[in-house]
Design a protein around this ligand. Sequence first.
Ligand code: C2E
Ligand code: MG
Ligand code: MG
Length: 475
Amino acid sequence: LAFRRAATPIDASKAGDNEPCVLITLNDVTRVETLVQSISYLEKHDALTGLPNRTAFINDLAQAIANPNRAEPELAVVMFELVGFTRIEHTLGSEIGDRLIREAARRLAMQTVPGDLLGNWNRVEFAIVIPCTTERQSVVGRINAMLAAFAAPFWIDERELKISALAGVAWFPSEGEDADTLVRKAAVALRGTRRARSAAIGMYTEQEDWWGKGNLELQIELGHAIERNELVLHYQPQVDVTGGRVVGVEALIRWQHPRLGLLGPDRIIPVAEASDLIVATGEWVAHTAARQLAAWRRSQFPLLTMSINVSNRQLLRSDVAALAKRIMAESGIGPGELIFELTESMLMHDPEQCAKTIATIRRAGIGVSIDDFGTGYSSLAHLQKLTVDQIKIDQSFVQLLPGNHGSSAIVQAVLVMARALGIPTVAEGVENHAQLAWLREHHCDKTQGYLYGRPVAADAIPELIETIQNRIFVG
Ligand code: C2E
Ligand code: MG
Ligand code: MG
């Protein structure tokens, strides 16, 4: 029982004369207290899983950070996301969804040890704090074990359901000293894991955080980068399959970011394409690459072609044929030595306009190559109507050679067709000798890939080419 003093004061005048009295009022507030307790429980817990909710988790984390008696110097703040859950819930309904989440929470909880904090962040996301020493590898091992807990199927209503999980990690104190910052950074890390699709665990990086800024902010930064000369081109050799000679290079854009280091085109091109910056970026790339080829020519450097990537948006928003004429006039480079790489997906957009643009670029003396061929679902009939100088087979097919039957069949069909049409072929993304051997056997003309070397800065190209030409690529 719980007791409380009566709220109303006792009126002593009502008592008889000289009669001392003690009036005790008892209020049974047990039910109220129980209610208060359950409201307080509900305030702090997720109703479905019974785990601490977002607010409580943040409080628990703040307490763990502030705890002067904490034995471990570091904390790993981990965000988990259930993958494949939404599809199941949409198909089977929210009741099955609820049971699946409860079971997932139970599996995660089984993996925790005393001292860990586990919370439900939102319906499909869980957060965990793992106290640790500076030896982070063991924590990564534990997170892997948590992810592996999802490997076995879930059985609900005699249905076999499969989901998996992804994780993002931020570390206290190196990445933040307060709870809000740490959970935000763990969420950034999770977004990076989701985006990269290469591993199930990802660590927080400043680059990923930067990438999460609004497009407008990134565009302003990229605009400055062009003005401040922070863009650079790296070059990757293309090798003739039969003779093993380097016949050209492809120019690939990079951004030497003052704080974040070297950023790749996956960070640059989408930002540029979201605004007119793609036009200025594309102009800069074409001029810089052409100037570089001219400089190599002057130093008697034997290199036949320079390939330059042109984005679809650049093609739609600017006069690429006029750009072709301008750089030919400026650089003094001969016809066919510069090649514009247009992606196959562009052919689908507006085939007639595309054919006209290709013809004008070629008339200006610049070759046209169709990049990422095989990914754009263009029909072979399209290709027959266009006059192009080269087809580049997409690396997603090349990398599965020679073992994957589907990829081998597609690449073989493209090679046979290109040969019949008299169009030279390049295979990109060649990483090993088995792939090279297969391509040689199937009469691909040129190859490009990590087997020969990664893209490098202009001043490293002469040495890379010499190394390639001194090596014998058996295949
Ligand atoms: P892409 O034109 O198909 O270029 C090939 C990409 O594959 C390059 O990535 C290259 O580094 C990478 N690569 C080359 N060999 C291998 C290999 O053996 N294995 C693997 N896994 N990858 C290999 P990068 O430099 O990150 O460029 C990615 C894409 O960004 C390019 O694909 C191109 O579409 C675009 N890009 C690059 N530079 C520019 C540019 O200056 N302008 C435009 N519009 N797009 C560009
Ligand atoms: Mg390319
Ligand atoms: Mg490509």
